[in-house]
Design a protein around this ligand. Structure first.
Ligand SMILES: [Ca+2]
Ligand SMILES: [Ca+2]
Length: 92
């Protein structure tokens, strides 16, 4: 697998690991998303400890406004990060 594919697989796996922690096991609450960002992407995002940044990411992802992030909504984050990764890897 390439780095990008590996990153995507890890992000998809992470959704399922964190979505089951509280409430509905098919969606992420803000707490679950925050934990996921901090634990899995802390290095990449750097701002996961910043509450305002987490709030913004959550709000941006929750396109239907039901206060949870489902897998479809989460895929937007994966796509954005994958594009970032792709830029990173192709520039090398
Ligand atoms: Ca959940
Ligand atoms: Ca939602």
């Amino acid at each position: 697998m390439t780095g990008v594919q590996q990153a995507m697989a890890q992000l998809i796996d992470a959704f399922h690991r964190y979505s089951g922690k509280e409430g509905d096991n098919k969606t992420l609450t803000k707490n679950e998303l925050k934990e996921l960002l901090q634990s899995e992407l802390g290095e990449l995002l750097g701002k996961a400890n910043d509450k305002a940044a987490v709030d913004k990411i959550f709000k941006d992802l929750d396109t239907n406004g039901d206060s949870t992030v489902d897998f479809r909504e989460y895929m937007m984050l994966v796509t954005c990060l994958t594009i970032l990764c792709n830029d990173f890897f192709t520039k090398k």
